[in-house]
Design a protein around this ligand. Structure first.
Ligand code: DAH
Length: 345
């Protein structure tokens, strides 16, 4: 082979190599081209292998041409690789594109039951005055539900609570949260500030304002020198937090065997603002709870000395408070679990 032939072949090889590089459509194809032209057994090496047959003075010249060919091919390979990488990236981006303008899938968010909300709000308000939440059992003894609360067997006051008894003699479903007072007095030492929320049961015909199952919150404060004025101040603060500041309140005389004196606590009707409407039976007032000074007999049954300690107690129907807050007219809604109702809270 002479110089001319080998030069011609080298430039043909460069032409062919550049064409092959331009024709590669993916990184693997490009790799194959690179190996075929520049690899250890590639065309360029093979061609330059014939250099030994040339006259010595021609060899550097051919070597220089060979280097230029290799550089040209390497440069073309690098450029093509960048192109192919960019194209691959574009293709992948197009394939995996996310349309961020599409609306998301809505989450279905649960909400708390209105009675739980109300319960928490009641606990929050009394919590500001240092009241701590306790819980008593739903199955109670006749002793704690009645007798310790100054309601002996056969006492006519039992008619105030239509009781569901269990098969076990002496045990019943609590008719109110008041037996919790006895639990707390027996467990804790004064000063006592207890809040006792819970489910209660009565043998009642069910209608829009009565259920055989309902919730109450009981409050108990016992300390030295506790007075009715403390009770009134606390209940006013509660009424204003629940139903709006400045709403008038009043005490009316009431009767409960476990408090003496006993009162009913009224707030001005939240529906008609006192003008008189069907909801308040045209009185302009709504009774929201019963309360009074803890009877000395009850203090003694709780293990406390009535000569030293005085206390007040109050009990309210959670359902009733919730009805007034949310303007609901039927307490059966609270236990029917109709989602159309519950989702509104
Ligand atoms: N336990 C009473 C009821 O169920 C409510 C009640 C009234 C609770 C007066 C009290 C209270 O603590 O002092 O009707």
């Amino acid at each position: 082979m002479d110089l001319e032939t080998i030069s011609a072949r080298l430039s043909a090889l460069q032409e062919a190599g550049l064409a092959a590089i331009a024709g590669a459509t993916d990184p693997e194809g490009l790799e194959t081209v690179q190996v075929a032209y520049l690899g250890r057994k590639g065309e360029l090496k093979t061609l330059l292998g014939g250099i030994g047959a040339l006259p010595a003075e021609d060899r550097p010249h051919v070597g220089a041409i060979g280097n230029r060919v290799r550089e040209a091919l390497e440069a073309a390979l690098d450029a093509r690789r960048l192109e192919l990488d960019a194209a691959a990236l574009d293709a992948r981006l197009a394939r995996e594109a996310v349309d961020v303008t599409l609306p998301g899938r809505p989450f279905r968010r649960g909400s708390l039951h209105p009675l739980i909300e109300t319960n928490r709000e009641i606990a929050r308000v009394f919590g500001q005055f240092g009241f701590v939440v306790y819980e008593g059992p739903e199955v109670e003894t006749d002793v704690r539900n009645f007798q310790a609360l100054n309601i002996p067997p056969d006492h006519p006051a039992r008619d105030l609570w239509d009781t569901l008894y269990t098969d076990m003699p002496g045990y019943l479903l609590r008719t109110h949260t008041s037996p919790g007072q006895i639990h707390v007095m027996q467990q804790a030492a004064p000063p006592i500030r207890a809040l006792l929320p819970g489910r209660c049961f009565r043998y009642e015909a069910v209608d829009a304002s009565h259920g055989f199952e309902f919730f109450q919150v009981e409050g108990l404060m016992v300390d030295e020198g506790t007075t009715m004025a403390d009770l009134r101040g606390l209940l006013d603060a509660f009424a204003h937090a629940m139903f709006g500041g400045g709403r008038p309140t009043r005490f009316r005389p009431g009767y409960y065997p476990f408090t003496e004196p006993s009162v009913a606590f009224d707030v001005q009707c939240v529906i008609c603002d006192g003008a008189g409407c069907p909801s308040c039976k045209r009185t302009g007032w709504m009774t929201i709870l019963g309360a009074g000074m803890v009877h000395p007999v009850v203090l003694r049954n709780g293990g406390l000395d009535p000569e030293r300690y005085q206390g007040f107690a109050f009990g309210m129907g959670t359902d009733r408070i919730a009805i007034l807050r949310y303007g609901i007219d039927d307490i059966r809604m609270f236990i029917e679990n109709d989602l159309r109702f519950l989702e509104q809270f």
